[in-house]
Design a protein around this ligand. Structure first.
Ligand code: ADP
Ligand code: MG
Length: 334
């Protein structure tokens, strides 16, 4: 082999070791779970990155198909139609998520409750439809997470009475973000941001710098933030009363329902929860609306792996213990 050819091999080998074009690849997709999906990841091979994002979106579409109550053929719709008649065998995926939902009901003193839907289905926010007191009173006894009986051995769900409905709208976006992150991890990606509406999760950092995630000012436009939070390997969910609502007679009716009263839960303007998984932060971000800022903060402070930021009705902002000055987590920038 001539020296020239040998040199040629050497230079090819060196070139192959350096990624041809390493870059941040991002994509924004509308229309899955009725929300906007954003993915951003660091990639050394663009076609692989695009294929991973395709797979992530497929996974999210699958979750939407099986968990949406808007789709009459979804597994959750089937549960709502049949589970009051007796134990119904369900997929492992849905069973495991129902177990988690129950856990969140217990730790939030019943503020998070997927059976809110037993009353919740009577609301239609885009159409400004809400139930009257008589309708609420009739439907309310069916709202109680204890009505959902789960049997791990037979992997079945049963409702203890007629009229019970479940809706995973308060947890499914966070869950889909976690599943999306798993798709990326399985393909070897180590730096990524995935969000579905108000639920986001991050893996890795931005080469020595954290990701900055803005918390929207509940009374201003989408770009206006009350704080930017530096995050690495964390999930963050914000629930706001500005998401799906209508105002009538000076009252704001919006999409989080108090399971104890059946009314729209309006005790804060927004609540943000930071934690390890988006399923968890999504499930827990509704608590403040139902229980109010003080009681909710007490609960958030009790849970080891989460932090929280609440915008109260008067516009003041309160932070969980872990985010206050002098504590392990750095304070949010002013
Ligand atoms: P988004 O849907 O934009 O992610 P949230 O995370 O704040 O907003 O979740 C609101 C959704 O949670 C509602 O649209 C509804 O599907 C569901 N939900 C409403 N009230 C409750 C409740 N008390 N417990 C559990 N889920 C709820
Ligand atoms: Mg959410």
């Amino acid at each position: 082999m001539s020296l020239k050819v040998l040199m040629g091999y050497v230079s090819v080998a060196v070139l192959a070791a350096i990624p041809a074009h390493a870059e941040w690849v991002s994509r924004v997709t509308d229309g899955i779970m009725g929300t906007r999906i954003t993915v951003e990841l660091w990639s050394e091979d663009r076609p692989k990155a695009e294929a991973a994002i395709d797979a992530l979106l497929d996974e999210m579409r699958h979750i939407d198909e099986s968990m949406s109550t808007y789709k009459p053929t979804s597994e959750v719709s089937l549960v709502n139609a049949k589970a009051a008649d007796g134990p119904l065998h369900i997929s492992k995926e849905l069973f495991d998520l129902l177990v988690k939902a129950k856990e969140y009901s217990v730790i939030t003193d019943g503020a998070f409750d997927i059976t809110y839907a037993s009353v919740g289905y009577l609301y239609n926010f885009p159409k400004h439809v809400r139930p009257d007191e008589a309708q609420i009173a009739k439907a309310l006894p069916a709202v109680d997470y204890r009505h959902v009986i789960l049997d791990a051995k037979s992997q079945t769900v049963q409702f203890s009475q007629k009229g019970v409905r479940i809706d995973l709208g308060g947890i499914a976006k966070g869950y889909s973000v976690d599943c999306g992150i798993e798709v990326l991890k399985a393909r070897g990606f180590t730096r990524a941001y995935v969000s579905a509406g108000g639920d986001s999760r991050i893996i890795g950092d931005r080469f020595g710098k954290p990701w900055m995630v803005g918390i929207r000012d509940p009374r201003k436009g989408e770009g206006e933030v009350i704080a930017s939070i530096p995050l690495v390997d964390a999930a963050i969910s914000t629930s706001g009363d500005y998401e799906r609502f209508f105002d009538e007679g000076g009252v704001r009716y919006h999409h989080i329902i108090d399971p104890h009263t059946g009314h729209s839960a309006s005790k804060v303007r927004s609540a943000t929860v930071i934690g390890p998984y988006a399923t968890r932060t999504d499930g827990l971000s509704k608590t403040a609306f139902v229980l109010g800022p003080e009681k909710a903060m007490e609960i958030y402070n009790r849970i080891d792996d989460i932090d929280a930021i609440i915008v109260k009705l008067d516009g003041t902002v309160i932070y969980s213990k872990g985010m206050q000055r002098g504590k392990a987590t750095p304070p949010p920038p002013k």
